[in-house]
Design a protein around this ligand. Sequence first.
Ligand SMILES: [Zn+2]
Length: 194
Amino acid sequence: MSSQPHTALPWVVRRTRLPLLSLRCVDCPSESATTGEGRFRVNANGKLLDVWLLVRCVSCDRTSKLTVRERAPVRSFDPAELHGYRVNDPELVASTLLDPLLARRNRFTLDWTGAWRLDTPSVSLDDAWPVRVEVVFEDPVPVRPERLIARGLGLSRNEVLRRIKCDIPLRRPTSAAFTFTVTATATATATAGD
Ligand SMILES: [Zn+2]
């Protein structure tokens, strides 16, 4: 039996929109906020700048300011970055929101529910076992490998545990690239019945 997988399938995890923020509202019981279209506020105080990312409660619309830069000297800004803050550049909104430092500083977590997808090539898995899959992340979406693999291959979680060989723990969420190998289903020589 050949032990060297000859197929490497690329799987890509990418966001479909910006995630929500799990952030307690000060005005209502909601714990969910959104960046909406994405707006920064830049406030100049002499040669110092404050930059905030504005988010609003999904329930009552109350706006909160998340600190991005605080009393930072104007000259410490890349001019392109400063321009991006002023024109609410969508790429800069995304990279700012997804920066773990912003979440730590402003005490929120990202809620990725329904905000990402898994792209898999449509090929038949039937003829080429074992199959090696390489999972890459275009966005830092935390996924449980076990669930991702089950979804991508249409297997039950039990089957995943039986048929997947992987160097990282299958149950711990990750957003770093990893590879795994799918072994063929039980062959004719295996004991029948269950
Ligand atoms: Zn609210």
